[in-house]
Design a protein around this ligand. Structure first.
Ligand code: GTQ
Length: 352
């Protein structure tokens, strides 16, 4: 009986071909096509939840060991356990918890990356953006859009801790990072604290001159206080509005200059789920980072049940179907790369 020589087996011949090509940086697509272009999103990111008190303990210990000046930013990175070494909480986004102790300044710098801050603890510390301070309270949203000088300071008597959400992995993906340190710790103040909010946060703009004289025209507003967004959610919920079966009562933060997302690469929203409400399953291509602002409940993600408590931080990767149940009235903040995906015509969502 004829036996085929091993070297005549087409599989062996292909393997030999791959081995010869590889040193010349050449690879066969047919071995990888299905993984490169999956039929639907197949994120390596995992669902994960961090409890605030655990992170806080480590962060306060770091606070005793390194100053904000030494660290430049004293932050613990929330890295997705499915993306080790990436410093990403999703493939496109970063999350960290930043601590500023009383009397400290995190020195001024600017970078291409866009950042948002969502305050978890403290009262009265500030972020300064291009010379204007936003004095922050719990659950305020503050933006530092790409390219703007920013430093943080804490003139209050208590520690302040917030969640940083940045597009670091997105900027890395495009190899487009630029960063600079300012010559001194603080960028000089050139406007009263809260100036932009009082001008551009109330649907007003100058009658004469540019939309924003000092702020970039396309990005006049950078402070979205809790007191304001919470009142809007409350009005929506108590005003008899139909509740969205997948989202609950939900409002998206937007840029008053153009009606678009808060920043070029990051979208953010808040939700109110009345006590007893259980949402229907939904999935979307924007992996989302959630903060439990108020209340208790549960999220169910493809059979896994995860209890939710105030200040928990949860990541739901792309295309994982999730539904939320509110045991008490549940308030959620979320941010994602929806803004970026929409620009690239990639964003999709599905109600199940
Ligand atoms: O506060 O400017 O968590 O530049 C990571 C990078 C915070 C900040 C981070 C940053 C900042």
């Amino acid at each position: 009986m004829m036996t085929q020589l091993p070297c005549d087996d087409p599989k062996d011949l292909l393997r030999a071909l791959y081995a010869q090509m590889q040193p010349e940086s050449l690879f066969p697509l047919w071995e990888k096509l299905a993984a490169l272009i999956p039929a639907q999103p197949d994120s390596p990111a995992k669902v994960h939840k961090w409890a605030y008190e655990r992170i806080r303990e480590y962060l306060m210990r770091a606070g005793g060991l390194i100053s904000a000046t030494q660290a430049e930013r004293r932050v613990l990175i929330l890295e997705n356990p499915g993306l080790p070494g990436s410093s990403g909480i999703t493939p496109s986004l970063y999350a960290g918890l930043q601590l500023i102790l009383p009397g400290e300044v995190a020195p001024a710098h600017r970078h291409a990356q866009c950042a948002l801050r969502f305050v978890l603890e403290g009262e009265g510390a500030y972020t300064s953006v291009d010379g204007e301070r936003a004095i922050m309270s719990v659950s305020d949203l503050v933006l530092t859009p790409g390219g703007q000088w920013h430093h943080h300071g804490n003139a209050s008597g208590q520690p302040m801790i917030w969640l940083d959400g940045l597009d670091i992995p997105t900027v890395r993906h495009f190899d487009a990072s630029f960063a600079e340190k300012y010559a001194s710790e603080e960028f000089p103040e050139n406007a009263p604290a809260g100036d932009s909010l009082s001008r551009y946060g109330r649907n007003l703009k100058p009658l004469r001159g540019r939309v924003a004289d000092r702020r970039p025209t396309h990005q006049p507003l950078f402070h979205y206080p809790y007191a304001e967004w919470r009142a809007s959610l409350e009005a929506l919920a108590s005003g008899g509005a139909m509740i969205d079966p997948q989202l609950g009562h939900a409002l998206e933060f937007f840029n008053p200059a153009d009606g678009g997302s808060i920043m070029a690469t990051i979208s953010a929203h808040v939700r109110l789920l009345p006590a007893g409400f259980e949402s229907r399953d939904r999935r979307s291509t924007d992996g989302t980072v959630f903060v439990v602002v108020e209340g208790r409940g549960e999220v169910v993600i493809e059979g896994d049940r995860i209890p939710l408590y105030p200040r928990d931080i949860l990541v739901v990767p792309s295309w994982r179907a999730s539904r939320f149940r509110a045991d008490t009235e549940l308030i959620l903040f979320g941010y994602s790369d929806k803004a970026c995906q929409e620009k690239l015509d990639l964003y999709r969502e599905e109600n199940l």
